[in-house]
Design a protein around this ligand. Sequence first.
Ligand SMILES: *Cc1c(COP(=O)(O)O)cnc(C)c1O
Length: 237
Amino acid sequence: MSIQENIEHITSLIESAQTKFGRSQGSVQLLAVSKTKPPEAIIAATQAGQRKFGENYVQEGVEKVQYFNQHYPDLSLEWHFIGPLQSNKTRAIAEHFAWVHTIDRAKIAQRLNDQRPATLPPLQVLIQINISGEASKSGIQESELFELAELISTLPNLTLRGVMAIPQNVPDYASQLAAFQKLASYQQTLATRYPHINTLSMGMSGDMEAAIEAGTTMVRIGTAIFGQRDYSHAHTE
Ligand SMILES: *Cc1c(COP(=O)(O)O)cnc(C)c1O
């Protein structure tokens, strides 16, 4: 299937899951994860109406943002940074992206705020939570959530929109659902203190349906749109 057909297929899966789980139509947005994929693949996705794209690697992502700003400004693509954050790369992210999903410490939030150009709207940010509690995975523990949210709420160039997680990759639906429900409950607790937050970034190609049942508002889909990734030429810094 072509990239356009894949997007149409994913969109119809999202629509039927919204119906199945009593979610309103349009409540789940699709972020197309284009890491390692060339501009032609992104152009194909835009031909199916896709406008939001997620990138994981700073250098590769910045090159794509610049390329599309220069050659396709009328598409008005919305770029989301969804990869691990290093403090020496925050400036490039603050200058090029509209969203960051992976804030996991105060220092990174402060740097993104300080480096966000005054000419751009505030950076839309999500706090990444380590939902499976594995030492190897990035993201904060639940106990650190409110402190980090409080700091972000004082930073004028960042707007806190919600939370994100990458749960352990497990095949069974019940475990996927349980992990996503946990993240959704953190989001609900956070929303009692910050009523404007509205984004729950969870669900990938292998666990999208469970994420929709649990209340996701943004699924991050790569493989099911663009096919398998080839990392041999990627800048994985
Ligand atoms: C790569 C990636 C995705 C997309 O994963 P697929 O399984 O290819 O859909 C989503 N979220 C993050 C954070 C990723 O790094």
